[in-house]
Design a protein around this ligand. Sequence first.
Ligand code: FE2
Length: 310
Amino acid sequence: MINGIKTLKFGVEDREKCQEFATDFGLKQVHSDIDDTTKFNMDNSSVIYVYNKDDVRLPPAFEEGSTLREVTWAVNRQEDFDKLKESLKDVDGYRVDENTLYCLDPNGLTLSFEVDILKTNLEQVSVGINQYGSINRVNQASPVYEKASPLGIGHVVLFSPNLKAAQTFYEEKLGFYLSDAYNDRGAFLRCSAEGWHHNLFLLKLPNKKEPGLNHVAFIVRDIHEVIGGGLNMNRKKWDSFIGPGRHPVSSAYFWYVHSPFGGAFEYYTNDDYLTPEWQPRHYDYSLDLFAEWAVEGGIDSATRRQINKM
Ligand SMILES: [Fe+2]
């Protein structure tokens, strides 16, 4: 029914700083002066808009400060859009405006829905990885990236104090699929039966009673681009606070950077690709489920070694 994240709208305290951050992060800025918004286009045709946080055109914020204000999901076909119109009728914030459907999720975040298909077969393919029994790169070196250039918005992670209500909403009203779960702690959800491990992660933390944005994740070509991106963010003096590392749940390589948009931005690659045959795994949360391994504090771009915090 839904094929991915089409648009994210942010309301921020310092739009200029966000522009600088996003450009260093590798997002392609389209404009910065039309209607007091900044726009970034992703290769997979998804878009990020940045507004000043008090801009009256934005829907209400679900937390203080700079944060995500609206997620637009791409709906496969008109008939799916019509189905959503029916299933969301009794949901808070329900509104239909020409070709866009709006509602609030249980966290109070504004969602919208538009018929669109995000691009999946991008031309910029990664170079193959050689593994024992699977030679995919011959007479060719692995790339070294100076910086990242993310291909698309992969997932959003929301603090969801009422995890059960939020998970039920996304599964039952929007037809999302559970990929994996931490018991009473988190739900990894994908928007289509076949696709990457998660488009949305709902996170319930014992000491976080209010909803909010935890991070937005951007998909890059390969592990080398994760490394190149993270090193570049360190070089540009942004706080690339944890990474590189690997999540055992989803299998993805990651690197996180604190973001002036609110929460963090993540580079990631190599997550699991699932079909309807996949059976969700249910775990009791423990730290080793977040990271099989990770570099705390990041890597110094000058020494190419772990940042020595002593
Ligand atoms: Fe993530």
